[in-house]
Design a protein around this ligand. Structure first.
Ligand code: F6R
Length: 607
């Protein structure tokens, strides 16, 4: 949700700002803008659409100090007047987050003569800082005092042409880090934007404010107390955020899954057993006292949670519930202090998941586990236990490798819980670990189905609706398949547990409604086959993802693709892969913007 880049250096920083925005474009892409300090004052360039447009529009701009932004609209339509930076007097501001008290600030400042020119919440920050600067000793003090009046979430970067050569940044609730180098100092919403200039990163904490100049950085808390934050040398490889030979990030990330799984599972090493310690030093004691699990997540991450519920109850015998974070945080629920709260999030910054976690803790549920792909994220920092999936940066808006690595991590959690609850003998444990270790190879083989899936994709291009069916632990995989298809191809898709079909959705089935079915060779296959017959009898066209040994034959109106091997409990991790490929290729046929689907953005840091 919106990306920020800022720079104070001894060389022209406009190319750095633009390149940084390109890296952050996955966070929002409806408009972009930058502001720099020039001899004449603030020079601002804004454009609706992609960063490429801004690059052209700012081709002749030069400066050593500036701020830049790529937007995902919250307040006000995507338009040039609503694009950041917002300006008040000599001040320009970019912002990621939502200011909840912006209306009262706007009323107050309008009454004092400030003229607003946009519909955004951000503009009130610019005016507030300008007003505060009238009595504050300098820009740093003005931003610090102004931030204390803001309610909501923000990461901001501010420049003032009266005080050239410096950028002030601050964060509360939205991500922001600094990049330090000999030739200048930088800030951005994530490290990928700054790898072009440095690997030395400083993660700001909520309530931190920093002043950047070409010569150095100063960090304090909002009350003015100086703080030291450690410098991390980013291990992120530049290649990890490059497209390489791929056409899209989503395609790259689908094909990176074998490696992402291998990296995530490296923690198990060559061992035949698995220890609670992989979730943190306190895990053994904490998990011993757990009598239930509550998983909180949104979107794709919630689908990994739903899958894990089948594993946790069947293998570990632990009662498990999964709740959509935005629902849980606002409903009156019955807390259980012995319940393990598992927050699952690729970004670790999703506002609803973070708020649901905090809500769970406020209810006295303090046994918390973060399962995230971003180690320094807010959700990781706020949990007692943690497991970092090692999917690498996920840039395509549609989540793929983050999902399969979450599943692998949740299976590890299942094995640990099963051991803690003495439900897992050594032979079974070692067999599961062997299966996990073989996963990257198994996923690689599934990826070889791509050419057949491309042929199927052609048949979906003119469809307006699709139905996904699964049973048991593959029902959440049907949910994930439907989500992928709708978000990148804009085809309306619904997922149902196959047994529910006759309770309503069967009425939708006709020759125009493709029905995609996940049909692994498990104990529910015969039941599923009866459900598929019901579809066939109504003239529905079936697309079945079966296993090599699933007894389902292709026939008129029944298309079957077989995954190379049956994978038992871990089968959901294999079966989601062809669904990712299907939606990717349908989107290609339809010509949609695969990596940046309309209306969406990655890292939903607003409610
Ligand atoms: C779908 C997708 C979203 C995210 C959701 C949660 O492809 O990416 O549904 O899964 O916004 O995001 P995280 O996992 O970052 O909390």
């Amino acid at each position: 949700m919106c990306g920020i880049v800022a720079a104070a250096a001894s060389k022209n920083i406009v190319p750095v700002l633009v390149e940084g925005l390109k890296r952050l474009e996955y966070r929002g892409y409806d408009s972009a803008g930058l502001a720099v300090i020039s001899a004449a004052g603030i020079e601002r360039v804004r454009s609706v659409g992609r960063v490429a447009e801004l690059e052209t529009a700012s081709a002749s701009t030069r400066s050593v100090t500036g701020i830049a932004h790529t937007r995902w609209a919250t307040h006000g339509v995507p338009s040039e007047r609503n694009a950041h930076p917002h300006v008040s007097g000599s001040i320009a501001v970019v912002h990621n987050g939502i200011i909840e008290n912006y209306e009262s600030l706007r009323n107050e400042l309008s009454a004092r003569g400030h003229v607003f020119t946009s519909d955004t919440d951000t503009e009130s920050i610019a005016h507030l800082i300008e007003a505060t600067l009238q009595t504050a000793p300098d820009l740093f003090a003005a931003v610090r005092l102004a931030c204390r009046r803001l309610v909501g979430a923000y990461a901001i970067a501010v420049i003032d042409h009266q005080q050239p050569g410096k950028v002030i940044v601050a964060r509360e609730g939205s991500p922001l880090l600094l990049g330090l180098s000999d030739t200048g100092n930088y800030a951005a919403s994530d490290a990928s934007a700054l790898l072009q200039v440095t690997r030395n990163m400083v993660y700001l904490e909520n309530g931190d404010i920093a002043e950047l100049t070409a010569a150095g950085v100063k960090i304090t808390r909002l009350d003015g107390t100086p703080v030291d934050r450690p410098v991390h040398v980013s291990q992120l490889s530049a290649a990890a955020v490059e497209l390489g030979n791929y056409q899209h990030y989503m395609q790259k990330e689908i094909f990176e899954q074998p490696e992402a799984l291998a990296n995530t599972l490296e923690i198990v090493g060559g061992s035949k057993t698995i220890q609670p310690g992989i979730f943190g030093a306190e895990a053994a004691n904490l998990l011993a006292d757990v009598d239930a699990i509550l998983i909180l997540a949104c979107g794709t991450s919630s689908h990994s949670g739903y899958t894990a519920r089948y594993w946790l109850e069947a293998i570990a015998g632990v009662p498990c519930n999964v709740e959509i974070a935005s629902e849980y945080r606002y409903r009156t629920s019955v807390p259980n202090p012995k319940q393990l709260i598992v927050a699952i999030s690729q970004s670790g910054e999703t506002a609803d998941t973070l708020a649901a976690l905090r809500h769970a803790k406020r209810l006295g549920q303090n046994k918390t586990l973060a399962l995230c792909n971003v180690p320094e994220s807010a959700i990781v920092r706020e949990c007692v236990l943690r497991f970092i999936t090692r999917a690498g940066p996920e840039i395509g808006v549609a989540s793929t490798k983050a999902f399969t690595t979450q599943l692998a991590a949740l299976f590890l959690l299942t094995l640990v819980m099963a051991k803690v609850k003495q439900k897992l003998g050594p032979a079974q444990e070692s067999a599961y670990i062997d299966q996990l270790r073989h996963l990257p190879v198994a996923v690689n083989k599934v990826l070889e189905l791509e050419s057949d899936i491309k042929v199927w994709a052609q048949r979906f291009a003119d469809k307006h609706h699709a139905l996904f069916l699964g049973r048991g632990r593959h029902y959440p995989i049907a949910l994930e398949g439907a989500l992928k298809l709708k978000e990148i191809s804009y085809i309306h898709a619904e997922a149902y547990p196959a047994g529910e079909l006759k309770h309503g959705p069967l009425a939708l089935v006709d020759a125009d409604m493709p029905v995609i079915s996940i049909a692994p060779n498990d104990q529910l296959l015969d039941k599923l086959k009866s459900n598929l017959k019901e579809v066939q009898a109504r003239g529905g066209e079936l697309y079945v993802f079966a296993d090599a040994d699933s007894e389902i034959a292709a026939s008129e109106g029944v298309h079957v693709l077989r995954l190379p091997e049956h994978y038992g409990e871990l089968s959901p991790i294999l079966h989601v892969v062809p669904l990712q490929l299907l939606s990717y290729h349908v989107a290609l046929v339809k010509g949609t913007d695969v990596d940046k689907p309309r209306n969406l953005a990655k890292s939903v840091t607003v409610e």
